[in-house]
Ligand binder design. Sequence first.
Ligand code: F6P
Length: 499
Amino acid sequence: MADVRMPLSFLDDVTADRLVDLFEADKDRLAALTVEFPGLYFDFSKTHLTPDLVAHFSAAILQIGLEQRRGDLFGGLIANPTENRAAEHCAERGEGTAESVGIAKQLHNRMRALIEVIEAGALGEIRHILHIGIGGSALGPDLLVDALGRDAGRYDVAIVSNVDGSALKEAIAGFDPHKTLLVIASKTFSTTETLLNAESALQWMTEAGVEDAIAQVIALTANPQAALDWGVDETRILPFSESVGGRYSLWSSIGFPAALALGWTAFEDLLEGAAEMDRHFRLTPLDRNAPVLAAFVDQYYSLARKAQTRAVFAYDERLRLLPSYLQQLEMESNGKSVTLDGTHLGAESAAITWGGVGTDAQHAVFQLLHQGTRLVPVEFLAAIEPGHDFDEAHHRQLLGNCFAQGAALMAGRVHEDNARAYSGDRPSTTILLDEVDPRSLGALIAFYEHRTFANAVLLGINPFDQFGVELGKEMAKSIEAGGQRFDPSTQALINRAMS
Ligand code: F6P
């Protein structure tokens, strides 16, 4: 593998002009650092990226091996070497090898057929969807249903992930067990939290007198045998491919609750929006390529400016779950200390992703963004079309606040009283959607996937495994099983609370 550090050594000597001066010095800056994509507009101009830096980064990422790794990704080759697997989420939306696209299409057809059967009433009257899964088996569907399903009115959807029974209790509070479809989503079908929640949900249905509760269960999994063993009928198991990673799986049958609640056409539009972003990522020159430019921004602040975090604020209630979705996507993918060849990374891995919604966050955490001593690159998201019919003043205020924050972070303000001064020169990216619809959301999520991938290429790491979650899982099982002694602190906690 190519040495990653060498091509990026230009970052050691980068000196940064102030953002306002960059605009002053280059009248074409806005055009050079914004990207138009159908339904989406990306503005990187309020970051310290310059056309010169973009050229350096572009040369570096090519030298590091972008083309080969991108080719492996779309070509169904081993993109995830530690697990000896391809990473074929793009095939789910039609961008991959003919064979994998064909398999994905077949599995989508199976999902569509089951949705039609459910809508025709074959499972009785279904009003509620209780989706049980965790991590990638919950965050994606949750984001889709929350963003796009607010007015769908077809079903009530509750997504339960936490093994804390209070989560399940809250989810089923208004549900009629006789009219509930229990959807168990788990790639491995072995995740302990999901299986326990599923058992309790099934018990809730049975105890309420549902005669054949298991007949109201659907399984979404890459391990159909385990779902069969659990008792789900083969006709109600919607498999997906092993080569689709958990946090990349909302395009597969894991997207079932969204496809059911929003309708099949919406699900197809979501896939098509993502496919369009796939083509953009694959074919657009690097200096016009939105995910690649975003990764340059990420690595510039992480490696050259030592930023520890990046913050994402959705100025749209419909996108309120995006920060949590991105936390898994970015941190589970790129929070790693080893390179592809198994050696120590020797640089910072992914920044910590955090965020919230605007305008709420302005009244809570923005103080630190404007005047704190830590550098936090900020990402703003907003949509031109509102998601409601209230007075347009709401949306004008929302957008005005969003744009004002980016401007204020950059401009700062001189004041004789230090407490009232703003240093400014604080970077932000803005992503503006025409509207929050299936197509633009599909493209947006695919943008984040490819940005994460481009970051992994720049870092020389494998974004598709997640061994870091295993140790804690094993220890939790040992605690549950009992018998093993832990360190004094942990043992005291176990003794106090669990014995
Ligand atoms: O523990 C991490 C993880 O494996 C994630 O990568 C995954 O999305 C989640 O658990 C759920 O896994 P599964 O879909 O197999 O239940």
